[in-house]
Design a protein around this ligand. Sequence first.
Ligand code: FE2
Ligand code: FE2
Length: 474
Amino acid sequence: MSIDYGQKIPNNVDLSSDKTLQRALEHWQPEFLNWWGAMGPDGSHAFDVYLRTAVSVDVGGWTHYDYVRMPDYRWGIFLNPAESGRTVGFGDHKGEPVWQEVPGEYRSNLRRIIVTQGDTEPASVEQQRLLGLSCPSLYDLRNLFQVNVEEGRHLWAMVYLLHRYFGRDGREEAEALLERRSGDADKPRILGAFNEQTPDWLSFFMFTYFTDRDGKFQLAALTESAFDPLARTTKFMLREESHHMFVGESGVGRILQRTCEVMAKHKVDDPARVRALGVIDLPTMQRYVNFHSSVTLDLFGSDVSSNAATFYTTGLKGRFDEGRMQDNHLLKDQTYPVFDPSSGTLAVREAPALNALNEKLRDDFVKDSIAGVGRWNRIIQKAGIDFKLTVPHKAFHRQIGPLAGLKVSPDGRIVSEAEWSASVAHWLPSTEDRAFVQSLMGRVVESGKFANWIAPPVSGINQQPVDFQYVRFN
Ligand SMILES: [Fe+2]
Ligand SMILES: [Fe+2]
């Protein structure tokens, strides 16, 4: 199913057969480009970047690498091919044919799901817009830009659905997606983590490791949707998402690698002495893990949620790996454990499984995120350094749901106000930690050179050498 790049808006949805829709999207396109010009990567507009572009949605044949001048990137609309005979896999409509149009009674819930997902995409571009000014290498700069253009394309994916299936409300929502701004006091982005700053590259790598992984789980749950166009578009988005998580995991891994090399070489482990050698000490790495892990956990929403139950029962949003679950896909009489902090402890109670679907998805995420942390620990171990990164307890530093505001240590103890205040600087990045990390950020753009605080990658992009000219500044 190849993509038509001859069109103003590249697409594989036969856009030209629906003139009204095409015109509406062609009207939105310059607004998107204005937004990109104002809120996309700062100063990047004359750069030629070695980017991958989707040329077809077929497995294996979908990528093409070449230099692209950033604002000329061909953002488009790409859906996975329809599976013939696909039926709804869960909820009250299980076994019925999937929907090609939006059922009237589910319209507002579906719109809300699509808008919430869509809002995260431009938000992360806004959060990352200054990072190019302090890139640790050309390789990393290219990866940042790749992530940015793909988040822009994810916005297109959601805007297409809004325009195509939601009429006037959808068009208004598409406009609003370009009007909200990450961190803005008056018009913030919808979800908390997308209003946080991403002020340095350590934050960027942690964000792409943890928060893009939230994206993976949300998208995976939407690939199960009975609304087939949503399922097909999120399937394609997931393939782009895996590169973002790779950027995060390998980025953090390379920082650890470099820190450990320096620690071993100079035989130091005192954080102050490690910092004096211009690399990021391991306790600071742990605090960044604690921060990004906890703010990302909040993105899954309240532990017990009637919306989650409704979305599932009505077929809008499934579970992660729904198809592989060995149960009746209705969840009516099942239960699922959630925290019950009402008695002042982290006791667990059984909630109706349908209402606990956010918690279930959060647990799937936790399992997945722990795996990569294990790989980071092997880097530390291999260097012969006695330190282990851990993912903080699920109840640590939570702002959403029944755990919100509870003072819990990273190892899962409810602590007093006094202990929290005395320890928070050991548990979360302090102003001083952030200032230190910021002090290391300097722009390195000579090909094959890397900032002192990060190791080079093992290999380049698309089998190019590590010292390839990934970005040309002109
Ligand atoms: Fe995305
Ligand atoms: Fe992403």
